[in-house]
Design a protein around this ligand. Structure first.
Ligand code: ADP
Length: 326
């Protein structure tokens, strides 16, 4: 049994559009319930270097539409050491913080799980990553915005691809998960998606060549997830050049543009609901859990499961993509 009087909020790891909307929801829901809020800057690093300030309702005014994170984010190796975490705990106690809400991905939750256990601190996680690769939630904050950014870029590349009647390999983020690649391919009318989930089972490039790019098509677009195994879009294009020199392919790597921009309505709504749910979870005496959304309902997922379990891609989308590209 514990009573939370003051929470600390931090954003950590990779940034994602919608983090600010979540910070706003967490802050205002906490204050609504009489809980004080302290903002911790630069993720776990700020906890160690004591970058902590009070947050009021107006501290989060006019941020719902902003990409990135007003709290900044950082990767912090020191937090992986017991000494670093002790310093973080000392600062937390000195600031009067008795619970944490952490926004990030599986690295952030791994740190939270260890820290929470070590010092018996209630910690709730809010899933923020454009990759959508966290188990236990249908969607993560930032994914929808990134998807929309990608299809806007692909639409533009299609204009030039069409004019020159060219084949394009477009690389998107998602080293370990093909959600962005697969669904952006479907949403942009691409020919195919080369994704990490099936990279070892099937030679997707060979399959693509065997099926043949439709002859009547003016252009072809293939979305490729970044990957150490395939070498991403550049790797796939190089292979094509070597093995099938009759094709003249171009490469476009979208890069960090995918992380930025004003969050979509879907991400703002998700962030507002999950941010609010994070405070409800603390009031419910939950600890070491991530809040998630499944079938439009809020769920609590133990950090262990969110980190370790693999979120399955819906493979039927691959079949639809194949059918729609004939
Ligand atoms: P993400 O949350 O986007 O997956 P990272 O993997 O970079 O991002 O993790 C963010 C931060 O979480 C790291 O910089 C580190 O401070 C903390 N972290 C990650 N793994 C651990 C760990 N095993 N022990 C303690 N802290 C960790």
């Amino acid at each position: 049994m514990y009573e939370v009087k003051c929470i600390g909020i931090l954003t950590s790891g990779g940034d994602a559009p919608g983090m600010n909307a979540a910070i706003r929801a967490i802050t205002r829901t906490a204050i609504y319930h009489g809980i004080a809020v302290k903002a911790i800057y630069r993720g776990y690093r700020g906890l160690i270097t004591n970058e902590i300030t009070d947050f009021k309702t107006q501290s989060v005014s006019n941020i719902i539409q902003q990409g990135g994170t007003i709290l900044k984010t950082a990767r912090c190796m020191e937090f992986k050491t017991p000494e670093g975490r002790k310093q973080a705990h000392d600062n937390m106690v000195a600031a009067g913080i008795d619970a944490l809400v952490v926004l990030g991905g599986d690295g952030t939750f791994t740190g939270a799980r260890i820290f929470g256990q070590e010092y018996s601190i209630p910690i709730v996680g809010v899933p923020c990553t454009i990759d959508n690769d966290l188990f236990g939630t249908d969607y993560t904050i930032g994914y929808d915005t990134a998807l929309n950014t990608i299809i806007q870029c692909v639409d533009k590349i299609r204009d030039t691809a069409n004019s020159h009647e060219r084949l394009f390999f477009i690389e998107v983020m998602g080293r370990d998960a093909g959600f962005l690649a697969l669904n952006s391919a479907l949403a942009s009318g691409a020919e195919a998606a080369i994704i990490p989930e099936i990279v070892t089972a099937v030679d997707q490039l060979e399959e693509l060549i065997e099926n043949g790019f439709r002859k009547s098509k003016n252009s072809s677009i293939v979305i490729v997830a970044e990957s150490d195994i395939t070498g991403g879009a550049l790797g796939v294009a190089e292979r094509l050049k070597k093995e099938h020199p009759e094709y003249d392919a171009r490469v476009s790597i979208l890069g960090h543009v995918q992380r930025g921009g004003s969050p979509t309505a879907a991400d703002r709504i998700l962030a507002s609901r999950l941010g609010s749910a994070a405070i409800d979870a603390l009031l419910d005496e939950q600890r070491s859990i991530m809040v998630g959304i499944v079938n439009d309902e809020i769920v609590y997922v133990p950090f262990n499961k969110a980190i370790k379990d693999e979120k399955e891609l819906n493979r039927s989308v691959l079949d639809i993509l194949r059918i729609l590209s004939i």
